[in-house]
Design a protein around this ligand. Structure first.
Ligand code: FAD
Ligand code: SF4
Length: 523
C-alpha cells in the first residue's frame, strides 16, 4: 500500500453506486480513501455483453477521476493491477491492512449476492463498520413488503398511487393531475408503416484501450461493440444530456408508441436511461421532475398520457420491482411455477432465425446491449414462455445481454413479469400472445418467412399453435390452488375460446405445436 494511501477510513464504492450526489462526497476528508475495483468476480458471475463490461468499467473510471478532481482520495484497482486478487473481500482485506484504517464503510448493495458477501466480510472484521444507504431509491428495501403486510397480493397500481401521493408527482393537491391515475389505455398506438422515430442520441467514447484490456485478460463476453465509438453515457453530465434529448425529442410520443414494434428501430421513443439510472448517475426523482416540468410548461406538445406513462415506469414499476426483490429473494430465483425445463433455442445467441420479430429483437440486443420493453416482454420473453424454456436459462440470457441488467431489476422482470415463474407475485396474468398481437403492434409480419394468419400449415407463425399449447398444457396449474387469486377471471376467456373449438382443430394445433417444439433450433 503506497504511503499516500494511509487512511483512517476506507469506503467501498461498487460499480452501480456512481452517485456523485451521495452525502459521502459533500465534503473532502483527507482521512478517507474511496476504493473502486474492476474484478473478475463481477465480470464472471454471468456471461455479460461486452458493452456492459465496458460501460461499467468506463463509468467507474470516469467516476474515480471526478472524485479525484473534487479533491477526494481514491484508490482504483484496474483489472490487470498485479495486486488485484479479483475478489472484492480479498482485495478489501489487504487494502484495509495496508492502509491502517480504523473504519470500513460501504453502501447498501442492491444485489443479494453482494449484500451477503459484504455482510459476511464485515462481520469478520475487527474494525468499526458503517453501512450507508445508497441515497438513490425513493423507498426503503423492505417498504413494499411492509405496505402489503397481511395481503395476498402486492398490487403495483396501489403502490404506484401511494408513490404519486408521497412524491407529489403529477398531483393537483390531493387529486391526480388530469383527473386519472393511469392513462395506459391511450398508450397503445401503432405507428404507420415507414414511420421513423427521431434517431437515438449516441455518445462517441474511445474505449479501445479498455476493450483491449478486457480481451487480453480473457473475460468471456457476448455481443459486439465498436469500442472506438462507445455509445452509452459514462458520467452524470452525459446522462443528463440523454435525459434532455428524451424530454425534447421522444417524450411527446413516448406513451403513444410505448408498446409498438418497428423493424430496425431498436430504441423507438424509449429513453435508454435505464443504464444511467441503474448505475445511479441519475436520480429517479430528478428524471420524473424533468418530465413533469416539460408537461406542465407545454401540455399541448406533451400530453399528460405521455408524462404519466413515463413516470409510472420509474416511481411505479422500478421501485415496485426493487421491493419485490427484497421481499422474495433468495427464494424468488428458484421459482418455476410451470415446471418448464427446455433449453433456450440456440438462435437466442445469434439472432439466426427466420422469425422476423425475434431476429430483429435478438440481433438488436447483440448489437446494442439493449432492447426496449416490448421486445423484451412480448417478443423474446413471450416466445421463451410459450416454448417452455427453463426460467434459469431465460434469466441467464437477460442478465447477460442487457447493459442495464442488474439482478434486482432483471430477475423480477424476467422470472416474474415475463415468465410468470413466480406464479403471479408480479404479474396479474402470464404475458403471452399469439402472432396476431405482434402483428397489431408492429410491422414485422409482412416481411417474415412465416404467415401470421396461419396456425397449422408449414409456414404458420410459430407463436400461434404454441399459444394454445401453452394454455392447454398449463391448464391445471393456472386453474389450481397455487395460482394467483382472480387469475381465471382474467384469462378465462382464452379457455372459453379453446373449449369452443372443434376437437379436430384443437388436436391439429397441439400436434403443430409439438412439431414446433421438437424443431425449436430450426425456426
Ligand atoms: P423506458 O421505456 O424509457 O422507461 C423509462 C424507465 O422506466 C427505464 O429506464 C426504467 O428505469 C424504468 N422501467 C420501465 N419499465 C420497467 C420495469 N418493468 N421494471 C423496472 N423499471 C422499469 N430493466 C432494467 O433496468 N434492467 C433489466 O435487467 C431489465 N430486464 C428486463 C427483462 C425483461 C424480461 C423485461 C420484460 C423487462 C426488463 N427490464 C429491465 C425493464 C424494462 O424493459 C427496461 O427498464 C427498459 O426497457 C429500459 O429501457 P429504457 O430506459 O429505454 O426504458
Ligand atoms: Fe413474428 Fe409470427 Fe409475425 Fe413472423 S409472423 S414476425 S414470427 S409474429
Amino acid at each position: 500500500m503506497p504511503e499516500e494511501l494511509k487512511a483512517r477510513e476506507l469506503r467501498l464504492v461498487l460499480g452501480d453506486q456512481l452517485n456523485v450526489g451521495h452525502p459521502w462526497y459533500s465534503q473532502c476528508d483527507h482521512q478517507v480513501v474511496y476504493v473502486l475495483m474492476e474484478v473478475r468476480q463481477e465480470t464472471d458471475y454471468a456471461w455479460h455483453h461486452v458493452q456492459k463490461v465496458l460501460g461499467f468499467f468506463g463509468a467507474m473510471r470516469r467516476f474515480a477521476q471526478q472524485l479525484r478532481e473534487k479533491g477526494h482520495r481514491v484508490l482504483y484497482l484496474t483489472l490487470d493491477d498485479p495486486r488485484n486478487t479479483q475478489e472484492i473481500p480479498r482485495n478489501l482485506r489487504w487494502l484495509l491492512e495496508g492502509s491502517g484504517a480504523e473504519r470500513f464503510a460501504y453502501q447498501l448493495p442492491d444485489e443479494h449476492r453482494l449484500d451477503d458477501q459484504l455482510k459476511a466480510f464485515a462481520e469478520d472484521l475487527d474494525l468499526a463498520v458503517e453501512v450507508a444507504d445508497s441515497a438513490h431509491f425513493l423507498t426503503e428495501r423492505t417498504e413494499l413488503a411492509r405496505l402489503f403486510q397481511g395481503k395476498k397480493q402486492y398490487l403495483m397500481e396501489r403502490f404506484y398511487r401511494t408513490m404519486r401521493e408521497r412524491t407529489g408527482l403529477l398531483m393537483d393537491g390531493d387529486r391526480p393531475a388530469g383527473g386519472r391515475w393511469n392513462f395506459d389505455k391511450e398508450n397503445r398506438g401503432r405507428p404507420s408503416k415507414g414511420h421513423l422515430a427521431p434517431p437515438p442520441l449516441l455518445f462517441d467514447h474511445d474505449l479501445s484501450g479498455l476493450s483491449e484490456l478486457v480481451r487480453r485478460q480473457g473475460v468471456k463476453t457476448m455481443g459486439t461493440v465498436d469500442a472506438r465509438h462507445f455509445p452509452w453515457p459514462l458520467d452524470r453530465s452525459e446522462a443528463l444530456q440523454l435525459l434532455d434529448h428524451f424530454v425534447d425529442h421522444l417524450l411527446p410520443d413516448f406513451g403513444r408508441y410505448q408498446d409498438a414494434l418497428m423493424p430496425g428501430q431498436w430504441a423507438l421513443y424509449h429513453s435508454r436511461l435505464s443504464f444511467a439510472l441503474n448505475l445511479k448517475l441519475l436520480d429517479p426523482l430528478e428524471v420524473c421532475r424533468a418530465v413533469e416540468e416539460a408537461w406542465r410548461s407545454d401540455p399541448e406538445r406533451i400530453g399528460i398520457a405521455q408524462a404519466e406513462g413515463f413516470i409510472r415506469q420509474i416511481i411505479g414499476w422500478r421501485e415496485y420491482m426493487r421491493g419485490i426483490y427484497w421481499a422474495h429473494m433468495p427464494g424468488f430465483a428458484e421459482r418455476n411455477f410451470f415446471g418448464h425445463d427446455r433449453e433456450l433455442p440456440a438462435w437466442y445467441w445469434t439472432g439466426d432465425t427466420r422469425m422476423a420479430c425475434l431476429r430483429d429483437a435478438i440481433r438488436g440486443s447483440l448489437e446494442n446491449a439493449y432492447a426496449h420493453h416490448i421486445q423484451r416482454l412480448m417478443v423474446t420473453g413471450n416466445f421463451a414462455l410459450l416454448a417452455g424454456v427453463h426460467p434459469d436459462a431465460v434469466d441467464a440470457w437477460y442478465l447477460g445481454i442487457y447493459i442495464d441488467a442488474i439482478e434486482w431489476v432483471e430477475i423480477t422482470n424476467t422470472r416474474g413479469m415475463s415468465q410468470f415463474a413466480d406464479g403471479g407475485i408480479v404479474g396479474t396474468k402470464p404475458y403471452v400472445s399469439s402472432g396476431a398481437y405482434l402483428d397489431r403492434m408492429g410491422h414485422h409480419c409482412k416481411g417474415c418467412h412465416y404467415d401470421v394468419k396461419d396456425r397449422i400449415g408449414e409456414r404458420a407463425c410459430p407463436f400461434n399453435a404454441l399459444y394454445w399449447h401453452f394454455h392447454e398444457r398449463n391448464r391445471s396449474r393456472l386453474e389450481g390452488p397455487d395460482a394467483r387469486p382472480g387469475l381465471m377471471t382474467r384469462i378465462g376467456r382464452v379457455y372459453h375460446t379453446w373449449d369452443a373449438m372443434d376437437a379436430d382443430t384443437r388436436e391439429a394445433l397441439l400436434n403443430k405445436a409439438e412439431r414446433t417444439l421438437q424443431q425449436l433450433n430450426d425456426l
